[in-house]
Design a protein around this ligand. Structure first.
Ligand SMILES: [Zn+2]
Length: 319
C-alpha cells in the first residue's frame, strides 16, 4: 500500500485485469459463446450465462457516459485531488467502467465526449489505476503518480522557480552573516508524500519495524493516531528532498562542514499518507577561530498543520 487511499485488492477473478493495467494493457473478459463483453470481471457471461470466457485486450477508447465532480472529499485521503472528476466511461465494446478523468478542465468535460485510457501507476509495487482523458489530449498513455515520481517533479519545479537574484553574503563578513539571523521563516519548500511504502523501506533499513510504523491493521485499532505514523528519523532525513527557497546565498568559502544538529525534536506525528513540507530560518551566527558557524532551524510540518513534526537546529561551519 502506497498511501492511505484505498487501493484495489485483486481477487482470483479480477487479477488478470489488474495485472494487465500494471503492464499498460486494458483487458476485458469476452464470452466465447455469444461474443458479449463482460465487465466487471466475473465467472459467467451476464448475457447468456456461459462460463466460457476469455480475457482479451481492448484499445480502451470510448465515450463519457456520465460524470460528477466531487467538491467534498469522499474520504479525507482524497483532499489533495479536489475536485475529483468521477466518471462512467462506456468503452467501444459496450461495457461501462467507473473511473476518474484526468488532464481535463471542468469546462471541457461533456457527456458523450470521446475518451482514451491513461494508465496511472500509483504505488511502488506497480499498482496501476485506469483513468481516462479526452481523446484529443496530448497526454502520455502511462503516467507515474508514485510518491517518488511526484517528489521528483515537485523538486524540479521548485528548483526551476528558485530565485535567480538571491542576495550573496560572504561567509567571512561577520556583520552581513549576522544580518541573516531572523525570527521570520522562509517560504515553504516543495511538498512530498510520506506513504506506507516509504515507511516500510525505512523500517527495513533502520531495523525499527515497531507496529506503530509498519502494521496498518493493528495501528488502525490500537494506535492513538488511528493509523501508522512515520519514524521521526525518517521525516528528518526527508529534509534532503525538500527544497527550501532562500533569498540569500552564502559565498566565498572553501569548505562547508555539517556538524550535525544542536537540537532535534519530533513534536507531532506524521501519519502515513501525509504530505509534508519545510521552511527554515537562520537562528544564530557565530564567528569561531576555524570559520563562521551558522545554525539553521529547519522545521518540517504536515501540510496544513500548525505544529511542526520535526525541529532540527542544523549547525554548519563555513571555512
Ligand atoms: Zn455470452
Amino acid at each position: 500500500m502506497s498511501t492511505n487511499k484505498p487501493l484495489p485488492t485483486p481477487t482470483e477473478i479480477s487479477a488478470p485485469y489488474w495485472n494487465g493495467l500494471k503492464a499498460g494493457r486494458l483487458t476485458i473478459p469476452q464470452c466465447k459463446s455469444c461474443g458479449h463483453w463482460v465487465f466487471f470481471p466475473r465467472r459467467h457471461c451476464d448475457k447468456c450465462w456461459s462460463q466460457d470466457l476469455a480475457w482479451k485486450e481492448v484499445k480502451g477508447t470510448g465515450t463519457l457516459y456520465t460524470y460528477t465532480l466531487t467538491r467534498v472529499p469522499t474520504l479525507p485521503d482524497f483532499a489533495d485531488e479536489m475536485p475529483q472528476k468521477m466518471a462512467v466511461v462506456e468503452l467501444d465494446e459496450g461495457v461501462r467502467i467507473n473511473t476518474t478523468l484526468i488532464g481535463v478542465d471542468e469546462s471541457e468535460i461533456k457527456v458523450d465526449m470521446r475518451v482514451k485510457p491513461v494508465f496511472d501507476t500509483v504505488s511502488a509495487d506497480g499498482t496501476t489505476l485506469l483513468r481516462f482523458t479526452a481523446a484529443g489530449k496530448d497526454m502520455a498513455e502511462r503516467i507515474d503518480s508514485t510518491p517518488a515520481a511526484l517528489a521528483a517533479a515537485a523538486e524540479a519545479a521548485a528548483s526551476a522557480a528558485e530565485v535567480a537574484d538571491r542576495r550573496q553574503v560572504r561567509f567571512d563578513d561577520e556583520a552581513a552573516m549576522k544580518s541573516l539571523v531572523s525570527e521570520a521563516y522562509s517560504a515553504w519548500s516543495n511538498q512530498i508524500v510520506v506513504d506506507q511504502a516509504l515507511i516500510d523501506e525505512f523500517a527495513k533499513l533502520s531495523g525499527d519495524d515497531y507496529w506503530i510504523h509498519t502494521d496498518p491493521e493493528r495501528a488502525r485499532k490500537q494506535s492513538p493516531f488511528g493509523g501508522t505514523i512515520a519514524h521521526g528519523a525518517l521525516v528528518q532525513v526527508l529534509q534532503s528532498r525538500l527544497r527550501i527557497p532562500l533569498d540569500y546565498e552564502v559565498v566565498g568559502f572553501n569548505n562547508m562542514v555539517n556538524y550535525g544538529s544542536d537540537r532535534l525534536r519530533f513534536p507531532a506525528p506524521v501519519p502515513a499518507g501525509s504530505r509534508i513540507h519545510a521552511r527554515t530560518r537562520v537562528k544564530a551566527v557565530e564567528k569561531l577561530p576555524k570559520g563562521m558557524q551558522l545554525t539553521m532551524e529547519i522545521v518540517t510540518h504536515v501540510v496544513g498543520s500548525e505544529r511542526p513534526s520535526v525541529i532540527n537546529d542544523l549547525v554548519i561551519l563555513y571555512m
